[in-house]
Design a protein around this ligand. Structure first.
Ligand code: ADP
Length: 389
């Protein structure tokens, strides 16, 4: 069992350089067996959250529970949690076998035979069975990562914590280890909380992702949902690569008009969307459009197109990423490979109303996704998830 609740958890660091609110009133429930990924830019409070859960950092305010029991004041060793760090933290003078067995010897009264059985079984599962008598110094980065993960698994904890465990590996190995971690989780179904600044890693691993910024939870939900219905401008910008296009517009009746020097551009919206937008009582918006929702616009109605000069064409194999310059802004277009414009060429592109995201320019909150209303304020979304659990 390993259901976790963060109940209004706050962490404030006070030191000579001042006061930092690293995590602010975090409300979040993680289900038993779930794989939850905290993602966000450097300094957003991911590690602090994980370290408070592990007991390596005190909690300034609020309560953390595992299976309903408050653990906020418990010593790390009494929390039934195993953590894998970015640095692996293996003992250099111990063999792989002893590294993996050490925690069990310290914290359990299992017999040597039982410990050895668990270590051997886990090492086989991790594909490091033939490395058991080696020392960490003679292993590759990927092998050390497997040992660090194996050492956590062997303890059979209620909760696994991973703090950027793959950042020291090269890109190919990182992807491979990602798949392995997902497979291990599928097999063991132990509650896992994983921290990364890499949104692609978060999207591929998580049952749900929790996006943090400036110590505040921005949105929590399944990757697809966060991608398709970002709660606010920050989430929309952070999740997805190349990132979403944003254009400042003002609502004028049934038209969203571009703010800026090239103000003759306007995008006519349907009655339905105009109504949602009018109900929101906001006039200044940011339109967001994902690069893959952009298409060639030669046959699109006038007023629904964007004309731009091709600045860069990135060939990535499966698609071409085309960067246009339009009205002083960059506009990204993820095009099929047969669209291969020359640099300097003028291209006309368009996007459908179904694929527009509209954000209140003032608060950043999403107002509409396509022709449906957004789900409410991002803070309210994260709170309502907690309330339901
Ligand atoms: P992340 O893991 O998302 O990069 P952290 O949780 O490490 O972010 O840090 C969140 C904020 O708390 C940052 O502003 C960081 O500078 C600050 N912080 C982290 N640890 C300490 C500490 N020991 N003392 C003071 N400030 C800290």
């Amino acid at each position: 069992m390993g259901a976790i609740d963060f109940d209004s958890v706050t962490k404030v660091y006070d030191d000579s350089s001042g006061t930092v609110v690293a995590v602010e009133e975090l409300d979040l429930s993680v289900e038993d067996g779930e794989f939850l990924v905290f993602v966000g830019p450097s300094g957003c409070g991911k590690s602090t959250t994980l370290r408070m859960l592990a007991g390596l950092e005190t909690v300034t305010d609020g309560t953390i529970r595992i299976d309903g029991e408050a653990i906020t004041d418990k010593a790390p060793k009494d929390r039934d949690i195993a953590m894998v760090f970015q640095s692996y933290a293996l003992y250099p003078h111990k063999t792989v076998r002893d590294n993996m067995a050490y925690g069990l010897k310290l914290s359990t009264d299992l017999t040597d035979e039982e410990i050895d059985r668990r270590v051997t079984e886990t090492a086989e599962m991790m594909g490091i069975g033939d490395l058991l008598d080696k020392k960490p110094g003679s292993l590759s980065g990927g092998q050390q990562q497997r040992v660090a993960t194996g050492r956590a698994i062997v303890r059979e904890p209620a909760v696994f914590l991973f703090d950027e465990p793959l950042s020291n590996l090269d890109a190919k190995l990182r992807k491979h280890m990602r798949t392995e971690l997902a497979q291990i989780h599928n097999e063991l179904r132990i509650t896992t909380i994983y921290v990364t600044h890499d949104q692609e890693e978060a999207m591929t691993l998580a049952d749900r992702i929790a996006v943090l910024n400036g110590g505040e939870l921005q949105q929590v939900g399944p990757p697809k949902q966060v991608y398709a219905r970002p709660a606010n401008h920050f989430v929309a910008d952070f999740i997805g690569s190349p990132s979403m296009n944003f254009v400042d517009v003002t609502l004028d009746g049934q038209h969203l008009r571009l703010d800026g020097p090239d103000d003759d551009w306007s995008y006519e919206v349907s009655d339905g969307l105009a109504e949602i937008v009018a109900d929101a009582g906001v006039t200044e918006y940011i339109i967001g459009v994902r690069p893959e929702d952009v298409r060639l616009g030669d046959d699109a109605p006038a007023g629904k197109t964007v004309e731009g000069t091709v600045e860069v064409v990135e060939v990535v194999g499966s698609d071409n990423f085309i960067y246009l310059e339009s009205g002083g802004q960059e506009f990204r277009y993820r095009a099929p490979t047969e669209v291969e414009p020359a640099v300097g060429e003028t291209l006309t592109v368009t996007f459908d109303e179904d694929h527009i995201h509209l954000f209140d320019r003032d608060s950043g909150e999403a107002v509409a996704h396509g022709t449906s209303e957004a789900d409410g304020s991002s803070r309210a979304v994260s709170r309502s998830v907690t309330a339901e659990d």
